[in-house]
Design a protein around this ligand. Structure first.
Ligand SMILES: [Mg+2]
Ligand SMILES: [Zn+2]
Ligand SMILES: [Zn+2]
Length: 236
């Protein structure tokens, strides 16, 4: 796997459901600003970003802006959204990010770096050992230095097939994340609100879903096949 390949790709930041992060044990998000939360040097966040941030907040995620841009640019933007921030973050270097993680008492595995650039955001995710999530830039920049960078990004990604997250089929609103295995599942499919049918079955004897797997997920309940160590032991 190339150093330049993100763990996952999405089109826009506001298309990433909170369940995606929760499933992976992520507790904090480091968000790029330019071309991720808004267009380049725009003081106003994209109209769908506010709601998206609120959704992540309600899911219990810590939200930070991690930007290589100056404090002058980043601070007002972050404050307006009620976000903590690291300006002049020196991405792809991991140190400013690690310092912020240390202050939150979180390990890199519990954080995700989300951004639109391979050589800063994705590399920073890799170097820091966080989950790295690439989004497409909000607007094409076909001028000057950035255009050159974009061309090099295409070279770095020439053999890359985006790894898209498969949300469980159905309405996203209806999903919960299982406390035991961290898979998301369709709420209606389980008799326990915080356990997927698989875990509810093995832990409490509720009837299990008759799973039908497609693309790594059960199309009925949405379980992704995750198993906690405890349940693995129970099954033996
Ligand atoms: Mg950017
Ligand atoms: Zn489960
Ligand atoms: Zn199922």
């Amino acid at each position: 796997m190339s150093l330049f390949y993100p763990d996952y790709s999405f089109r826009r930041v506001y298309e990433i459901p909170a369940a995606f992060f929760l499933e992976r044990g992520v507790k904090a998000l480091f968000l790029d600003v330019d071309n991720t939360l808004t267009t380049h040097d725009n003081p106003v966040p994209h109209e769908r970003v506010r709601d998206w941030l609120e959704e992540q907040r309600q899911a219990g995620l810590r939200l930070l802006v991690l930007s290589n841009n100056t404090e002058e640019r980043v601070a007002p933007f972050a404050r307006d959204l009620g976000l903590e921030f690291v300006a002049d973050a020196k991405k792809p270097l991991p140190f400013p990010l690690w310092r912020a993680l240390g202050e939150m008492c979180l390990s890199p595995k519990e954080a995700a770096v989300v951004g639109d650039q391979i050589f800063t955001d994705v590399l920073c995710g890799r170097f820091s050992r966080c989950l790295s999530v690439l989004v497409e830039p909000m607007e094409e920049e076909d001028w000057g230095f950035l255009a050159v960078k974009r061309r090099w990004e295409k070279v770095a990604l020439r053999r890359y097939t985006p790894r898209r997250w498969q949300p469980p089929a159905g309405d996203e609103e209806e999903f919960a994340v299982c406390d035991e295995c961290r898979s998301s599942f369709r709420k209606g499919s389980s008799q326990m609100p915080r356990l997927c049918p698989e875990c509810a079955h093995h832990l409490y004897g509720y009837p299990n879903c008759e799973h039908v797997f497609e693309n790594g997920r059960c199309i009925r309940c949405g379980w992704n096949g995750n198993q906690s160590d405890y349940i693995k032991e129970l099954k033996q």
